[in-house]
Design a protein around this ligand. Sequence first.
Ligand code: B4P
Length: 182
Amino acid sequence: MKKKLLFIGPPGAGKGTQASLFCAKYGLDHLSTGDLLRDEVNSGSDLGLKASEVMNKGELVSDELVLSIVEGRLVNIKKGWLLDGFPRNVNQANSLKKLLEKINQPLEAVISIKIADDYLIKRLLARGREDDNEEVIANRLKIYREKTSPLVDLYTKQGILMEIDGNADIDVVFSCIEKGLG
Ligand code: B4P
């Protein structure tokens, strides 16, 4: 099983859900920039306060902040890792490439979870997190299309991307991912 992974997909595609299941089963470290940023927000720090304003509009938090969070964690992991929600734009992808070269741990596979907008919107509205309202979801989708979706082409060209249909039950999506990475 591959052990240096990235899960990519629009908001609500199920990256976080699938990444948690996968890491629990295969003993990888789960690096979710969304969760790490929410921890920062809950800590009440100045950085967290700034991040929460950006997240509640559905925008991307600054590359510098996200990179410093990821770099600090990634260098200490020995057994294997799964990146969930990072990189989210080309600049972050380039920085990740340099970081992985430095620590000599190349990315082995990228799972791209595909799903139609209607399903995403329903799921996110049902979850009801602070950034899960119609206006903010529309902005998150727009940003995904503009900034994050070019990474699908980038990793396809590198020959490491696999597409998974996210429009199925959680256990069905999970089996497809396991088969893809096995
Ligand atoms: P994230 O926390 O990454 O959240 P997300 O993209 O909205 O959700 P995800 O796809 O993980 O969905 P989930 O599994 O939870 O980002 C939040 C914000 O943080 C961003 O908007 C941005 O501001 C900031 N941020 C994060 N990373 C950043 C970065 N690198 N750079 C800059 N800013 C960054 O699933 C959603 C719901 O669907 C859940 O309720 C789940 O139970 C349900 N679900 C999942 N799979 C399902 C299935 N198969 N069937 C039915 N329901 C399902």
